[in-house]
Write a protein that binds this ligand. Structure first.
Ligand code: GLV
Ligand code: MN
Ligand code: MN
Length: 412
C-alpha cells in the first residue's frame, strides 16, 4: 500500500478551522457550545460528508464519523480528539488529532485500502474544562466515568446546566444512552501535539505514549466581608481575595514539596466579587488543577491543600468551601496499540520514543473502555495553551502518516 498524506490540504484545513474563533487570529478561543464551537462542528461535518463517511452525534455532541469496514459487526478501530479550545489558545491542540484522523482515513481510501473493521473518527465534546469545570466531558460520559445524571446537572459560570446548553445547541436525547457498550472499540489511537519540549529537544520524530498523568480539579468558594476600601481599617478586614491568594500559594508549595518532579499544580481561575478597585473583595471563586503520574502522591497533595485552605480560613475569619471536581487515576496505554504504533513508525522510518503524557486527553477515558494509546507530534518550544503554539506541516503530516499505518494494521 502506497500511502500519501496531503500535507498542504491538511495544513489548509487546520488554518480554516483556526479561523473559526471567538478571538482575532492568531488567538483561538472556542468554548464548547458557543457559536464558534457550533460553526467549527459544521465545518468538520462538511469535510467528513465530502469524504463519504457516515456521521452520528450523541446527546452531548460527541461526533462519530465512520468508515464502514468489510466486517461491520466487528468492534471498530477508533481515532480522534477535540476541537474545543481554551481562551487564548493556539491552533493545534486537539485539532491535529481530528483533522489528522480524517486525513489518515482519506489517505487510506486513496491508497485503495479496505478496512476489515470499521475505522471511526471521534470528535469529542469539551475536552477542555473551561465551561463546565471538568475536562474530557464527552469521553467521561462515553466511558461511564461520569454518571449521566450528574453530568446533566453540571453548571457553567452563568448557572446554566449542561442539559440547558446542549438542548439549546440542538443536542437532545437522554445522556443515559451515551455510554458506549463494552467492546465497542477494538483499539483507540489519538494523535496529538506533545505540548512539551522533549521530542523537539531530542530531535525525535514522534512520541508513543505509555501512560497519561492523573489530573484533579478543585474549586474554592471563599466568602469574607466586603466593605469600603478606604473606610474599613486593615485590622478589621475579612478579605476573601487575600485568603484566596494565600491558598494559591499553599497550592504551589504543596506541589513543590511533594517529593516528585512530576507533581504540578496551577491556580488558573480567580474570580473576585464585586471586582471594584475601591471595594474589599467579599467573595472569590478560585479553581486549581493538580496532576501527577503517581496517584497516591497526587492525592496526598490534594489532602494537604484542603487542610491548608481550612487553616487559612480560620486565621483570616472567612469561610472556604472546597469542592474536588474530579480526581482521576492515571491512564495506562495498551501494549497492542503501542506495538502497532511502534511498527508503524518503523515502517515509515520515523524515529520514536516512549513517553508519558503530562497533559490529559480523551484517551485517558477511552483507555477505561478500550485498548488505547497516543501518538505525539513535536511542537515548537513545547509551547501549548498559548496562541504561539506551533507544529510544522511536515511534523503533522508525518504523524498523520504513521497514524494511518497504525489504523490500517489495527483494522486489517
Ligand atoms: C488538556 O488540555 C490539559 O489541560 O491537559
Ligand atoms: Mn488543551
Ligand atoms: Mn488537547
Amino acid at each position: 500500500m502506497k500511502l500519501h498524506i496531503d500535507k498542504d490540504r491538511l495544513a489548509r484545513e487546520l488554518d480554516q478551522l483556526a479561523s473559526i474563533s471567538d478571538a482575532p487570529a492568531p488567538v483561538v478561543t472556542r468554548v464548547v457550545f458557543t457559536e464558534a464551537d457550533l460553526r467549527a462542528r459544521a465545518f468538520l461535518k462538511g469535510l467528513c460528508s465530502e469524504a463519504g463517511l457516515q456521521i452520528r452525534e450523541d446527546a452531548v455532541g460527541n461526533t462519530f464519523v465512520r468508515w464502514v469496514g468489510i466486517e461491520p459487526k466487528l468492534p471498530a478501530v477508533g481515532t480522534g480528539s477535540h476541537i474545543d479550545a481554551i481562551p487564548n489558545a493556539g491552533r493545534f491542540d486537539g485539532t491535529v488529532g481530528v483533522l489528522g484522523g480524517l486525513e489518515a482515513i482519506r489517505a487510506l481510501a486513496r491508497a485503495g485500502f479496505q478496512p476489515r473493521r470499521s475505522i471511526e473518527l471521534v470528535i469529542f465534546t469539551a475536552e477542555e474544562p473551561t465551561r463546565f469545570g471538568v475536562g474530557c466531558l464527552g469521553s467521561r460520559l462515553l466511558s461511564g466515568a461520569l454518571d449521566a445524571s450528574a453530568g446533566g446537572r453540571l453548571k457553567d459560570r452563568e448557572g446554566k446546566t449542561l442539559d440547558d446548553v446542549r438542548l439549546a445547541a440542538n443536542f437532545s436525547g437522554s445522556l443515559d444512552h451515551i455510554r458506549l457498550p463494552d467492546k465497542y472499540y477494538h483499539a483507540f489511537v489519538e494523535l496529538h501535539i506533545e505540548q512539551g519540549p522533549i521530542l523537539e529537544q531530542e530531535h525525535i520524530d514522534l512520541g508513543i505514549v505509555t501512560a497519561i498523568a492523573a489530573p484533579a480539579g478543585m474549586r474554592f468558594w471563599i466568602e469574607g466581608e466586603g466593605g469600603h476600601a478606604g473606610a474599613v481599617p486593615m485590622a478589621d478586614r475579612q478579605d476573601a481575595f487575600l485568603a484566596a491568594a494565600e491558598i494559591a500559594l499553599c497550592i504551589e508549595s504543596a506541589a513543590k514539596a511533594s517529593g516528585g518532579s512530576d507533581t504540578v499544580a496551577t491556580t488558573g481561575v480567580c474570580d473576585v466579587f464585586p471586582g471594584a478597585m475601591n471595594s474589599i473583595p467579599s467573595q472569590v471563586r478560585m479553581e486549581a488543577d493538580v496532576r501527577d503520574i503517581d496517584l497516591a502522591r497526587r492525592d496526598r497533595v490534594l489532602d494537604k491543600i484542603m487542610a491548608a485552605a481550612e487553616q487559612v480560613a480560620a486565621r483570616r475569619r472567612v469561610s472556604v468551601t472546597t469542592e474536588v471536581l474530579n480526581a482521576d487515576p492515571p491512564g495506562r496505554c495498551d501494549p497492542m496499540v503501542i506495538t502497532a504504533l511502534t511498527c508503524a513508525c518503523e515502517a515509515h522510518r520515523a524515529s520514536s520514543k516512549r513517553m508519558i503524557s503530562r497533559a490529559y486527553h480523551d484517551s485517558l477515558f477511552m483507555s477505561l473502555i478500550a485498548p488505547a494509546a497516543m501518538l505525539f507530534i513535536p511542537c515548537r518550544g513545547g509551547v501549548s495553551h498559548r496562541p504561539d503554539e506551533y507544529a510544522s506541516p511536515e511534523a503533522i503530516a508525518r504523524g498523520t502518516l504513521v497514524l494511518a499505518e497504525a489504523l490500517a494494521s489495527l483494522s486489517g
